[in-house]
Design a protein around this ligand. Sequence first.
Ligand SMILES: Cc1ncc(COP(=O)(O)O)c(C=O)c1O
Length: 366
Amino acid sequence: MSFKQETILTQLGNRVDVETGAVSAPIHMSTAYRHQTLGESTGFDYTRTKNPTRLILEEAIAELEGGVAGFACSSGLAALQLVFSLFKSGDHLIVANHLYGGTYRLLEHFEQQYDLEISYLDFDHLSDVSAAIRTETKAILLETPTNPLLTEIDIEAVSKITEENGLLLIVDNTFYTPYLQQPLALGADIVVHSATKYLGGHNDVLAGLTIVKSESIAEKLAELHNNIGATLSPFDAWLLMRGMKTLPVRIKQQQENAQTLVKFLSNHPCVGQVFYPGKGGMLSFRLKDKNWVKPFLQELKLISFAESLGGVESFITFPTTQTHADIPEAERLALGIDDTLLRFSVGIEAVEDLITDLKTSFAKLK
Ligand SMILES: Cc1ncc(COP(=O)(O)O)c(C=O)c1O
């Protein structure tokens, strides 16, 4: 029987423990597994390699994303590190230039330390992307919608380029999750998540997931996952699954709230521009004066000024000094991430209360 995402997510972990009938997945903390005799194994030997609790999560995310295997890592960046470890010195990657600052920082490290070559490109013009491909090019990496300006990149169109040229297409699906977008079905080869965000949903677990479409890449990643060792702990795997059960209801509420807030912000005299991709719970906006940023953030009583996203609580982030602080200023400004831009991760609070909080802060600005 094949189920819809809502059902797969809600039932995550139920029916795995046949012996007791536990509805919530058991947390297997054991790091080692006993063998009956030489050459015999239950399939579990050592937790870094494979853990029963982590496996439930890995199989579920593979199913949700339509892949053959999933790998649970200790953070979103560890999930990206795992993927970047597929490449060797001299390999060339094309990366969409609107990128989470931490991913940019990790790529810089791979560039400087391991001689990976990276070209950051604007994906508004896909002919530029095709033109940048050379014999050493191995993969294209993108986030969609982009962070923080929330522009959508056409995964299917990019996948035509990667297919024609024998490249891997890697998509960071953190902002939409498989509930709103399934990149593998659109032609991507690898999907990465900071599960710390929407999948976890409660700002209490740091986790990353990598999902792949092909068995051969799955084999390589399984080896690297074990060799690098940045695997997700059994408790965190359980906590993440506990959060994922409610993903659809959270996203629906976040999206409804975000759409109401887009209307409110678009009509507010203190706001210059609003960015929203039409779905999901993320939006960004510019204040009309950069000197308003500090007092505005300071006056917020309900919405937290904090650097993360996707949780049930509303957060506002200032990309200039937070998520994108490591991007050189000139590049940051050229990307449109200026000192008036604020990113809003809309929570599931009563939207009227969020509006009151914003109104009160705006009222202090003039
Ligand atoms: C789009 C995106 N990818 C990856 C990451 C890194 O994930 P983590 O913080 O879980 O390491 C983040 C973190 O903010 C992110 O926003």
